[in-house]
Design a protein around this ligand. Structure first.
Ligand code: PLP
Length: 432
C-alpha cells in the first residue's frame, strides 16, 4: 500500500511556482538573476484598495462570511460584468473564490466525468491540463500558433468537438502567449458550439486578463454572443488587473442556480469562504473610479515594455516573436536559436536520460549560465506537443530589467561554446 493515493500521480503543476527553487539555488551560487518569469504585476495593489482592506481588518471584519461571497461584492462584480459584456447577470449565480484558480478545478469536478473530453488551448495556463488529467478526463489540446497571433479558428475548434466533448476552455487574453480572440472569433466559436455541441456542454471562459489589453483593444467575452450565456462559465478575478495576486480574490458566474450552488458547496468543502476584508477591498476596486485610472497607468507601462521587447527579441538571430495583444507575457519562438547552438542535437543525445526538451535546455542554460529566468514551452501544457520551441518572458518587470534580460538572451543565443560546456557539465538539463 502506497502512502500517496494513486490519483495524485495525475495531478500536474504550475512550473512558474517551482522555478522559485531554481532561482534560489542560483542566488545561493552567487548568480544575479533577472526575473522574466514572473506571472504577476510588478506593481503593488493601489492605496485605494489597500486602505479599505486595512480598515476592515481594524474594525474586526475578520470572521467567517457567506461561502458564496458577500453580497456587496457579488453585486458590484455582477454589475461590472453586466456593463462590460452587455449581458444581464444575476449576482446569485456569482460565486466568490480565493483567486481565479479555484474555479478551474471546480469546473472540472463539476462537469467532467472520467473519459469526457475537455478542449483547451495549448500553450495555455498549465492548471487546465493538470485538472483535466487529475479528474480522469481526456485532454484535447487546441494547438495555437505564433503564425496566427496565437489565435485559433472556429475550424480548429470544430475538428476537435466529438460527442464526448464536455467542456471547452477559452482564455483571452491568454497566458502564456498574450493572444487575444477577436469579437468575430468568439462569434464563430459560438456558431460552431451551437451547431455541434449538446446543451450539457459548458464553455469555461477564463477572462482574468480582461483589463490588460493593448493597441486600444476592448475585451470581449463569448458569453456576450447570443445564446451563449446559458452555456458559459465566466471566470475572472482581481489578481492581474488590480495587482492583487496575494490577496487571493476571484469569481465565477455560472449558467444556472443549480451549478452556482455546486460551486458554493465546493467552497464550503475547501476554503469555507474568501476573507471578508479581502472581498471589501475587491468591491472598492469596482466602486472607486480612481482604481481604474491606476489600472490604466499599469497597462500603459506593460504596453511600453511590450513595444520595446518584441522588436528587440526579433532583432536576435534565431528568434521570431509575435506581438501579444494583451496580458503581460511575450512568447518568442526560439527554434532558430536551438538550431544555431546545436540544441536539437544535444537534445537527441540526452533525451534518454533526461526528461527535457530543446526549449528546456535553452531555458536552463539561460538561467544557470546567464542568470535570466524564463519558462519553457512545456510549462504550458505537454499533451501532443511536438516540435514547438518557445520561451515565455514576462514583462512584469521594469524596462531596464527587461533590456538587460534581452541583452543577455542575445549573448546566450550566440554562445555555442558556452552551451557545449553547459551540456558537458550534465547538470540542470531536466524540465522542472
Ligand atoms: N487563469 C489564468 C489564465 C492565469 O494566468 C492565472 C494566473 O496566472 C489564473 C487563472 C489564476 O489566477 P489567480 O492567481 O487569481 O488564482
Amino acid at each position: 500500500m502506497d502512502v500517496i493515493a494513486e490519483r495524485i500521480k495525475h495531478l500536474g503543476t504550475e512550473k512558474a511556482f517551482k522555478l522559485a527553487d531554481n532561482i534560489k539555488e542560483c542566488l545561493d551560487m552567487g548568480i544575479d538573476v533577472i526575473r522574466l518569469n514572473i506571472g504577476e504585476p510588478d506593481f503593488d495593489t493601489c492605496k485605494y484598495i489597500a486602505e479599505v482592506g486595512m480598515k476592515n481588518i481594524e474594525k474586526g471584519n475578520s470572521h467567517y462570511c457567506p461561502p458564496a461571497g458577500i453580497d456587496s461584492l457579488r453585486k458590484a462584480a455582477a454589475k461590472h460584468i453586466s456593463e462590460t459584456r452587455n449581458i444581464p447577470i444575476d449576482y446569485n449565480k456569482l460565486i466568490i473564490t480565493t483567486g481565479g484558480k479555484p474555479p478551474i478545478g471546480y469546473t472540472m469536478m463539476t462537469y467532467a466525468n472520467p473519459g469526457d473530453e475537455v478542449i483547451y488551448p495549448s500553450p495555455g495556463y498549465p492548471i487546465y491540463e493538470s485538472w483535466i488529467t487529475f479528474m480522469g478526463a481526456k485532454p484535447v489540446p487546441i494547438h495555437v500558433k505564433d503564425t496566427n497571433e496565437f489565435r485559433f479558428s472556429a475550424d480548429d475548434l470544430e475538428k476537435l468537438i466529438t460527442p464526448k466533448t464536455k467542456v471547452i476552455i477559452i482564455c483571452s487574453p491568454s497566458n502564456p502567449t498574450g493572444g487575444v480572440s477577436t469579437k468575430e472569433d468568439l462569434a464563430d466559436f459560438a456558431e460552431v458550439i451551437q451547431s455541434k455541441c449538446n446543451d450539457n456542454v459548458r464553455i469555461y471562459s477564463d477572462e482574468i486578463y480582461e483589463h490588460i489589453l493593448f493597441d486600444g483593444k476592448k475585451h470581449h467575452s463569448i458569453a456576450s454572443v447570443k445564446g451563449m450565456l446559458d452555456k458559459t462559465i465566466i471566470a475572472t478575478g482581481h489578481s492581474k488587473g488590480f495587482a492583487m495576486t496575494g490577496w487571493r480574490l476571484g469569481y465565477a458566474i455560472l449558467p444556472t442556480q443549480e451549478e452556482a450552488d455546486v460551486f458554493k458547496q465546493l467552497n464550503i468543502n475547501t476554503i469555507a469562504c474568501t476573507s471578508p476584508f479581502v472581498q471589501e477591498a475587491g468591491r472598492e476596486a469596482y466602486e472607486n473610479p480612481h482604481v481604474i485610472t491606476e489600472t490604466k497607468k499599469m497597462v500603459e507601462q506593460f504596453e511600453k515594455r511590450r513595444n520595446y521587447a518584441v522588436p528587440a527579441l526579433n532583432a536576435i538571430e534565431g528568434i521570431t516573436c509575435a506581438m501579444p495583444g494583451g496580458a503581460f507575457y511575450i512568447f518568442p519562438n526560439i527554434a532558430g536559436v536551438c538550431k544555431n547552438l546545436g540544441i536539437f542535437d544535444a537534445y537527441e543525445q540526452v533525451k534518454s536520460q533526461h526528461r527535457t526538451s530543446p526549449s528546456t535546455l535553452f531555458q536552463m542554460f539561460l538561467l544557470y549560465k546567464y542568470g535570466v529566468a524564463t519558462l519553457d514551452r512545456n510549462s504550458f501544457g505537454t499533451v501532443g506537443v511536438t516540435d514547438e520551441h518557445f520561451l515565455r518572458l514576462s514583462i512584469a518587470a521594469d524596462l531596464e530589467t527587461i533590456k538587460k534580460g534581452i541583452q543577455l538572451i542575445d549573448k546566450a543565443s550566440k554562445d555555442y561554446e558556452g552551451f557545449a560546456r553547459f551540456l558537458a557539465e550534465g547538470k540542470h538539463l531536466d524540465s522542472l
